[in-house]
Design a protein around this ligand. Structure first.
Ligand SMILES: [Zn+2]
Ligand SMILES: [Zn+2]
Length: 254
């Protein structure tokens, strides 16, 4: 199983792209601006899109993806999310005002199909298993556990402090890596709290609950503040974690 980071920034500017990851060549985890780097041929191969939550930085490429390759495909793209997130996509994006409702068009072969999932539900796609994990954000949200037959990577999604997540992570026996957000530097700690994101100090508080010693990759860094955030984490760190910034273009084989 191959996981490729298409975008992992909290914003745009220069080559930065927002959250999206490609599994093999047919599954997307979130559809932020990272998707815009894929070729038309690569876009047409995507059959499944798992959405963590409805914020624009995680869904912005989805409407254009469907419109660009829908007619090249013989089956709909399946979009998986918790029901409340799908309802937001229906009401606020694919509503004929912002974009067409592609679950209805074209009538003979719609471009889009919704599949509601529950938190903790596992979806098996060939040998790959995608399991929704709880997140604590300002809107309904999840993270995902991505599992091959031999190993798992956990992606926190956008989240503030989230004790139940650690119960889930600590039960995973084959944990290979953790990808967790730290959206804001310490001088914006207050904004992080209000917007239910992590800052360096809250990240390190959260990591105290992690029992496995696995590589930890930091994502969703605010554009222009990447070095500050990573520097502050290193400064505040009292335990030696295997910790580094997630990189756009990074590939995990597991
Ligand atoms: Zn968000
Ligand atoms: Zn976000």
């Amino acid at each position: 199983m191959k996981l490729q980071i298409l975008g992992c920034s909290g914003g745009i500017g220069g080559k930065r792209h927002t959250t999206s990851m490609l599994i093999d060549d047919d599954i997307l985890i979130d559809a932020g601006s990272g998707v815009l780097q894929l070729s038309l041929e690569q876009l047409a191969l995507i059959d499944h899109v798992f959405i963590t939550h409805s914020h624009l930085d995680h869904i912005l490429a989805l409407p254009l993806l469907l419109d660009s390759v829908g007619a090249m495909r013989d089956r709909p793209v399946t979009v998986y999310a918790i029901d409340t997130v799908l309802e937001i996509l229906r009401q606020d994006i694919f509503n004929w005002r912002i974009w067409p409702d592609f679950t209805e068009v074209p009538p003979e072969c719609p471009y889009l199909r919704y599949s509601a999932i529950d938190v903790y539900q596992a979806v098996q796609l060939a040998e790959r298993v995608i399991t929704a994990l709880p997140a604590n954000h300002t809107v309904p949200a999840v993270g995902y556990q991505l599992s091959s037959p031999t190993a798992s990577i956990v992606f926190s999604g956008d989240t503030g402090k989230n004790p139940v997540l650690w119960d889930c992570i600590n039960k995973i026996e084959n944990l290979h890596a953790l990808i967790i957000e730290t959206a804001f530097p310490q001088d914006e700690h207050g904004i992080a709290e209000i917007s239910k994101h992590l800052s360096p100090s809250t990240l390190l508080e959260e990591l105290k609950q992690l029992t496995a010693n696995v590589p930890i990759y930091i994502t969703h860094l605010k554009p222009g503040r990447e070095e500050t955030i990573m520097g502050e984490i290193a400064e505040l760190e009292s335990v030696e974690y295997q910790l580094q910034a997630l990189q756009q273009g990074q590939i995990f084989n597991f």
